[in-house]
Design a binder for this molecule. Structure first.
Ligand code: NDP
Length: 455
């Protein structure tokens, strides 16, 4: 059947994930005629197989530790059991609710939703099913997908795309990789009572984070009982007759698991949508090449979010999508502050960070470092041997705070406010002049007075 020429828009968005939906809504609010297409569930990775269900699972797994801690406060917690299927059903219901909300938000904003996969035909035309859609501007916001290393037997492992719909809780879990997803899921499975091993090739988890943060998290995960196999490389994986999986390491050691989760990074979703055919340039990992205003190599085609392979974080995709829509339809120019991106890792304990690591700051000039390592007040009674770590990195010459880092309960919540402070260019003197909130862990950030001795 020949495609039918149907709709003309000012702005057509391919991909209804975080970046695409935000950009479409803002553009429609500025008076543009906007359409969006999606061939999966509304909301993209974040809503369906990322941030949202992950956080729900983190909450679920943290109860085990809370029950233990309660005893020190006089509580006797009775018989307890955990049902993975009940948790997954509750999570699924919530995600379905959010899918509906995303669709409603778009409709209310005046954006037309086309259910189906968008394929570029030319610089101003997209085919969705048997419809040809034309638009002055086309935004590609198709996100990314998990990447798995090419080792023999890798097909026996799963990725974060499948982990949220496992029918039952695995008894023994191997997590491969120690980035965001690796440390978060090692904590989730361990908290739920699965025997958990994290296998990673580096000396410390969370490459790119401050070294002290990395070391502190590794120590706390180890203390909680997660087996941390660092500096470890994989050889292959084999399925055993009993259904379990043997993960064979380079030194021929074998770790046997019921589930192997690859958390080995994500790559842009840019294949099979006509990008190369219309002349859009891609980088070596398949990311769409864009300039500072998210323009691709083809005038009229723009790209934001994970598909540009810059920063794979939902709030960054939101900022990019919003900035682009405002620029195209509101005449407003803004810039995403890539150098100051607050971020949290929902490991247990949490990691929260904004700005430069000590190593990155030192590469720019002389710094002052302030550190605090302490037992959180709650654990004076709970008896848990967990410590909280905080660190401030300051430019010595200007006194400007370059980085704030934390490993400890609620680090993600605490660091958000410091994101505002760093965005405003706060100095250490201004931190010192800030009144603390007592008794909190966060007040430590405004009471650290003595820099670490150099060397
Ligand atoms: P990351 O890039 O964070 O980490 C990838 C991990 O896989 C690293 O430990 C890396 O090792 C390891 N790795 C890569 N290649 C290989 C290989 N060939 N063999 C063995 N190990 C390998 O990716 P994730 O999958 O954890 O997450 C993807 C992205 O999603 C994150 O970077 C983040 O941007 C985003 N995300 C954000 C979250 C949040 O905001 N809380 C939560 C989850 C994801 P090495 O360290 O040695 O390079």
């Amino acid at each position: 059947m020949l495609p039918s020429m149907s709709r003309t828009y000012d702005y057509f968005v391919i991909g209804a994930g975080s970046g695409g939906v935000r950009s479409a809504r803002i553009a429609a609010g500025l008076g543009a005629r906007v359409g969006i297409c999606e061939d999966n569930r509304m909301g993209g990775t974040c809503v369906n197989v990322g941030c949202v269900p992950k956080k729900l699972l983190v909450y679920a797994s943290a109860f085990a530790g809370d029950f233990e801690d309660a005893a020190g406060f006089g509580w006797t917690v009775g018989e307890r059991s955990f049902s993975w299927p009940d948790l997954i059903a509750a999570k699924d219901a919530e995600i379905t609710r959010l899918n509906g909300i995303y669709r409603r938000i778009l409709r209310t904003a005046g954006v037309t939703v086309h259910d189906g996969r968008g394929v570029l035909v030319d610089a101003h035309t997209v085919r969705v099913g048997d419809e040809l859609i034309t638009a002055d501007h086309i935004l590609v916001a198709t996100g990314g997908r998990p990447w798995v290393p090419d080792i023999p037997g890798a097909e026996h492992g799963i990725t974060s795309d499948e982990v949220f719909s496992l029918p039952e809780q695995p008894r023994r879990v191997v997590v491969i990789g120690s980035g965001y997803i690796g440390v978060e899921f090692a904590g989730i499975f361990h908290g739920m009572g699965s025997e958990t091993t994290m296998i990673y090739r580096a000396g410390l988890p969370l490459r790119g984070f401050d070294e002290d943060v990395r070391a502190c998290l590794a120590e706390e995960m180890d203390k909680r009982g997660i087996t941390m196999l660092r500096d470890t490389h994989l050889s292959c994986m084999e399925r055993r007759a009993d259904g379990a999986i043997d993960v064979v390491l380079e030194d021929q050691e074998v770790v046997t698991a019921d589930l192997v989760l690859f958390a080995t990074g994500r790559v842009p979703n840019s294949a099979g949508m006509g990008l190369e055919d219309v002349g859009v340039e891609l980088g070596p990992r398949g990311g769409i090449e864009v300039d500072g205003s998210y323009a691709t190599s083809v005038p009229g085609i723009w790209a934001v979010g994970d598909v540009i392979d810059k920063v794979q974080l939902t709030p960054v995709a939101l900022a990019e999508g919003m900035g682009l829509a405002r620029r195209l339809f509101g005449g407003v120019r803004s810039r995403v502050p890539y150098e100051i991106i607050p971020t949290a890792v929902f490991s247990q304990p949490n990691v929260g960070t904004v700005g430069l690591s000590e190593a990155d700051a030192r590469a720019r000039g002389a710094v002052r470092i302030y550190k605090s390592h302490f037992r959180p007040m709650k654990h004076t009674l709970s008896g848990r041997h967990e410590r909280t770590f905080m660190k401030i990195v300051v430019d010595d010459a200007s006194d400007v705070v370059l980085g704030v880092h934390m490993v400890g309960p609620d680090a993600g919540e605490i660091i958000q406010g410091f994101g505002v402070a760093l965005t405003c260019g706060a100095t250490k003197a201004q931190f010192d002049a800030t009144i603390g909130i007592h008794p909190t862990a966060a007040e430590e950030f405004v009471t650290m007075r003595t820099p670490e001795p150099e060397g």
